[in-house]
Design a protein around this ligand. Sequence first.
Ligand SMILES: [Zn+2]
Length: 117
Amino acid sequence: MHCPLCKTQYRPGYDLCRDCDADLVSNKEAGTEDVVLFWQSVNSSHIAQLADALRKANVPNYSRFAAGTKRPLWASSPAARLFAGEGAGEQGQIFVLASDLHKARRAANSARIPHVE
Ligand SMILES: [Zn+2]
């Protein structure tokens, strides 16, 4: 089993990703779900607010900071990554499943988070 969003592998018996709250898929179904970049912002508190709004709307989501930035290895959970990125001016990104994109947009609108590219 693995998470369709962050691609973490899980042993049989798990059915939800700890990080994303996404339903795990079997390895045979690998690659059948499209993951899309939903949001980008250098404002890490916007990223955190949006991740929170998505979670409340039951939209599985995966956030990370753009590659090439220095990130401590211990910061493996999304929350830890968000705090580690606080004020660093790095590009934060949130990914959702393509099938959840409409739901994710609605959640972002109702959370009134300004979209800054
Ligand atoms: Zn995941």
